[in-house]
Design a protein around this ligand. Structure first.
Ligand code: CP
Length: 410
């Protein structure tokens, strides 16, 4: 891909990375909710095997057949793989996912998830995450059951030791094991509840699922991280630039009308660090990411041969950078004035690309508010990779589901 840049007039010559023709024809229509595991089958020993034409039943699971033993919860749980954090991948796992996703973008794996059921549990709304997981399961020959908590599904309590005399009808302690009996894997989206960085970093709901599930658990965005977005972002950069080691990329804070969670900026920092990039982060005073996330990013970067740097200013961060990744997030403390959320100078415009590298691109996880968080001319320009990022959610999640349900890739 080449770009010629004349100030204010970007001219692009690029080859669009697109779905295979076969995939384009595939209908994106299915049910949703994610729980998958090859080591567990619903309904215990009396469950009928799911017979697929030409495929051998794997009930009881091979691991249990080998020992001739009874399924025992501790044995089952020890074999589980979960992906709720970039830490569950590390640099090696991230690299494997990117490599397999790149291969499968050229040649579809077909029904590699045949008969598998994902149960996805949404505490918050979604466009991309919900649709991409449903599409992964449908195209892979499996299915997805999607639950919207509080919308036709009981409101769920996650706190320990509370008297449930409010609006929550059921506790995770019952709900998660029950859902584990229906699906092969569980996916959960549970945003920050605005109780502060320490609470966010605990990932109470996502970790509650991990603790209670008897099938693999996937985070579809928790209070601390959005690992699937991080994987898709790194795949998008790898497709654009080839090698990522040492590549200067910038995460910049952007304005908004409300304090948004830090899961996406945390995940970009962590995943770009794990990919070995030179990650620069710029934000106004009072909007620091937490020390805990910085420390983890620093460790990942040192393992991958990259660096993570807090920039003094947005201009300093962007100079020579190849990526402008914009995202609004909330202040580090609740005492920060609401007016500080709207700082128009931080909104990316074409002017921000003037000192960037010749081949610089714009990235955002979406959804975004035009003219507030990101300038319209940037989203409409050839710099923008936001739709490619969203498409890549499908590709990395397809590999992730294969890793969790069919074959360990690392
Ligand atoms: N980027 C992302 O997670 O989008 P949705 O909130 O629409 O799922």
């Amino acid at each position: 891909m080449k770009r010629r840049f004349i100030v204010g007039t970007p001219v692009w010559e690029s080859e669009k990375i697109s779905l295979l023709p076969e995939e384009r024809r595939f209908p994106i229509a299915c049910v949703s909710l994610l729980i998958l595991n090859r080591h567990h089958r619903p309904f215990g020993k009396i469950a009928p095997a799911r017979e697929e034409a030409g495929s051998e039943s794997d009930f009881p699971p091979t691991s249990l057949k080998a020992t001739g033993g009874e399924a025992n919860q501790s044995t089952v749980k020890e074999t589980l793989r979960h992906i709720t954090s970039i830490a569950d991948l590390g640099s090696q796992g991230l690299e494997k996912i990117l490599a397999q996703a790149t291969t499968w973008k050229k040649e579809s794996p077909g029904h590699h998830l045949s008969g598998k059921v994902l149960v996805s549990v949404f505490f918050n709304p979604s466009l991309r995450t919900r649709t991409s997981f449903e599409a992964v399961m449908a195209r892979g020959g499996g299915s997805c059951v999607t639950l919207e908590v509080g919308n036709g599904v009981w409101k769920l309590e996650d706190r320990d030791g509370v008297v449930m005399d409010g609006d929550k009808t059921e506790h995770l302690k019952e709900a998660v094991p029950v859902l584990s009996r229906y699906g092969d894997a569980l996916a959960v989206r549970s945003f920050s509840e605005g109780l502060g960085d320490d609470d966010d970093n605990r990932e109470r709901v996502v970790k509650g699922f991990r603790k209670l599930a008897t099938v693999p658990v996937i985070s579809m965005e928790g209070s601390r991280e959005h690992p699937c977005q991080g994987m898709a972002d790194v795949l998008t950069m790898a497709e654009t630039f080839g090698k990522l080691k040492g590549l200067p990329v910038t995460l910049t804070w952007a304005p908004h009308v409300k304090p948004l969670p830090k899961a996406v900026p945390n995940s970009f920092l962590l995943s770009a660090a794990a990919a070995g990039c030179e990650v620069r982060v710029a934000h106004p005073p009072g909007f620091d990411l937490t020390d805990e996330v910085w420390q983890q990013a620093s460790q990942l970067a040192s393992q991958a041969g990259g660096t993570v740097v807090k920039a003094e200013s947005q201009a300093e961060a962007l100079a020579g950078s190849h990526v402008l990744y914009a995202k609004a997030w909330g202040p580090a403390t609740a005492s920060t004035q609401a007016s500080t959320l709207r700082q128009p100078g931080w909104m990316p415009t074409l002017r921000h690309f003037e000192d960037m590298a010749e081949d610089a691109i714009f990235m955002h996880c979406l959804p975004t508010r035009r003219g507030l968080e990101v300038g319209e001319e940037v989203l409409d320009s050839p710099f923008s990779r936001v739709v490619d990022q969203a498409e890549n959610r499908f590709h990395v999640q397809r590999v992730m589901m294969h890793h969790l349900l069919q074959e360990a890739l690392w």
